[in-house]
Design a protein around this ligand. Structure first.
Ligand code: FES
Length: 106
């Protein structure tokens, strides 16, 4: 289990417990965090789960796979630490992770 902090574009913070094996997207949806939609259910085909990983956590989340990188090209504003929340699986290693949510998901 990990405590994940989701920060909405407005600055509102949500600190939630997310079980290991759950994706960041699902952890947000299950805890009613505004700003993540997860329209495709996590199959990497909608990019409505865009998150911006805090710089000091980016290496721990791993690198995006090719299909994720392709989907990320479609987001309106891409950051160097942008990821798709459905492609990051929570482990104990991610306890304390902080992600920002974009102004809008499309
Ligand atoms: Fe659709 Fe992540 S939920 S790409």
């Amino acid at each position: 289990m990990a405590i994940i902090t989701y920060i909405e574009h407005s600055g509102k913070e949500h600190k939630v417990e997310v079980e290991n094996g759950t994706t960041l997207m699902q952890g947000a949806v299950d805890n009613f965090v505004d700003g993540i939609i997860g329209e495709c259910g996590g199959c990497c085909s909608c990019a409505t789960c865009h998150v911006i990983v805090a710089d000091d956590w980016f290496d721990k989340t791993g690198s995006p796979a090719d299909d994720e990188s392709e989907m990320l090209e479609a987001v309106p504003i891409l950051s160097k630490t942008s990821r798709l929340g459905c492609q990051i699986t929570v482990t104990d290693e991610l306890d304390g992770l902080v992600v920002q949510l974009p102004e809008e998901q499309f």
